[in-house]
Design a protein around this ligand. Structure first.
Ligand SMILES: Cc1cc2nc3c(=O)[nH]c(=O)nc-3n(C[C@H](O)[C@H](O)[C@H](O)COP(=O)(O)OP(=O)(O)OC[C@H]3O[C@@H](n4cnc5c(N)ncnc54)[C@H](O)[C@@H]3O)c2cc1C
Length: 399
């Protein structure tokens, strides 16, 4: 819609072909229905740093359409923006549908014609140029073609990876798609029993072997327990690295429930708590040292006998074991969820084969590529949609 509207604003005659009955199905479910519309990081180097190895290709398109341009675009069209934690920008209305409606209006205002309920089947090529598209509603020809068919996550929205397959057939180098910003599966039963619980400030350390320093990494943030394992921003943004570790086997992880408190301080605090409650049973003071939501999980790691022991009889070793659990509750990550749960799939067309000043294919001079069709890794936080606004605008400016 960005590419189509932009091309229309230059006086081009534009046809937008969409296989669903309406446009923007995925856009309308983004950010849990609130749409994290972009990331408000103002420092361009810091912003592009989130796109990994793709960063160097993105300076040119972002110099034509930046985060500030996105903000102005929506605010000018009556959609005020609010910035939340981690610079995540949302429409003040908190409704993703309003973003979709704004984009639709932009396209309509710029005389884009919509052909919905029509699936593109592939490109026709003659003498090294695209000469038309075969669709379920006939054959269409144009001077230029913009592929904006998305990746392969949440296929029910219409993003079934078609564009990536066409570009591969046309000779482009394509990286295989796999779920990337995606929840993970965990083997421990207690994790599944906490399904629906969110914990806000937890630190998780991931590693293949927790006893070795090498290859380990930690993240702090929000986690969500689900009936299959773990989700939430911390997990989604760690999934790319976890996936690499999973190749070698299950990933051992530990949850630190007190990331701001070192183990010695925590031991002293628990000792003070024990001293104040010497005649109570251990199970009756857990709520005072275990964060809400984790009490059943921690209890499940302690023997029934110990839970019913009066504090004055709990040995130092057992007290320290409780603190160890608070600082490093173990769990085992067995895999990632599939494409149906992925926020972003990686894979797509190699950026080396796209002129990112125009988003034109280097193999076909009238073919343009945008959004999730491109092979660009990025975390959650508004970085995906910003890519769509930027690459869409640039393609629409040059096609
Ligand atoms: C659950 C979820 C939440 C997300 N939340 C956020 C968020 O808050 N912030 C963020 O930045 N990113 C988010 N993302 C990622 C973001 O939605 C995508 O990066 C973005 O939608 C990609 O836009 P696109 O235009 O490239 O493709 P898509 O939005 O996937 O659109 C592609 C369109 O092409 C159509 N199409 C496909 N094949 C054909 C064909 N053969 N013929 C005709 N039409 C076809 C599809 O029906 C679809 O409408 C989220 C993703 C998911 C799945």
């Amino acid at each position: 819609m960005m590419a189509a509207g932009r091309a229309g604003s230059r006086g081009r005659r534009v046809l937008l072909i969409e296989k669903n009955k309406s446009v923007g199905k995925k856009l309308s479910i983004t950010g849990g229905g609130r749409c994290n519309i972009f990331n408000a990081e103002e420092d361009i180097h810091a912003l592009l740093g989130h796109y990994g190895t793709a960063a160097k290709f993105l300076y040119s398109p972002f110099s034509q359409y930046s985060m500030q341009d996105t903000r102005t675009f929506f605010e000018k069209r009556g959609l005020p923006i609010v910035i939340e934690a981690r610079k995540r920008a949302f429409p003040a209305s908190q409704r993703a549908q309003d973003v979709t409606n704004t984009m639709k209006r932009y396209a309509v205002e710029n005389r884009v014609e919509f052909l919905t309920g029509t699936k593109v089947k592939g490109f026709a090529v003659a003498e090294g140029r695209i000469v038309g598209v075969e669709t379920t509603n006939g054959f269409y020809t144009a001077d230029a073609y913009i592929v904006a068919t998305g990746g392969s996550s949440h296929k029910e929205t219409g993003s079934t990876g078609d564009g990536i397959a066409w570009l591969k057939k046309l000779g482009h180098t394509v990286h295989d798609s796999s779920p990337d910003v995606v929840p993970v599966t965990v083997s421990e039963k207690w994790v599944k029993e906490l399904s629906g619980t969110t914990l806000s400030f937890m630190k998780i350390t991931f590693g293949i072997d927790q006893t070795k320093k090498e290859g380990k990494f930690s993240r702090t943030g929000k986690i969500l327990f689900t009936h299959f394992g773990l989700s939430g921003p911390l997990i989604l943004n760690s999934a790319h690295e976890i996936k690499k570790m999973l190749v070698k086997g299950p990933v051992r992880a530990t949850i630190d429930m007190y990331p701001d408190t070192d183990i010695r301080t925590l031991r002293n605090r628990v000792l003070e708590l024990f001293n104040r409650n010497r005649n109570k049973m251990l199970k009756n003071i857990l709520q005072e040292c275990v964060p809400e939501g984790m009490q059943d999980a921690v209890s499940a790691q302690i023997s029934v006998e110990l839970l019913h022991t009066r504090i004055h009889s709990v040995e130092k070793d057992n007290r320290n074991k409780l603190v160890d659990l608070l600082k490093a509750m173990p769990l085992t990550i067995t895999g990632t969820m599939g494409m149906d749960r992925a926020v972003v799939s990686d894979g797509g067309v190699d950026l080396k084969e796209i002129d990112t000043k125009t988003m034109c294919s280097k193999l076909y001079d009238n073919l343009y590529v945008t959004g999730d069709v491109l092979h660009i890794n990025r975390p959650s936080g508004g970085f995906s949609l910003q890519l769509c606004w930027t690459t869409g605008f640039v393609a629409g400016s040059h096609a």
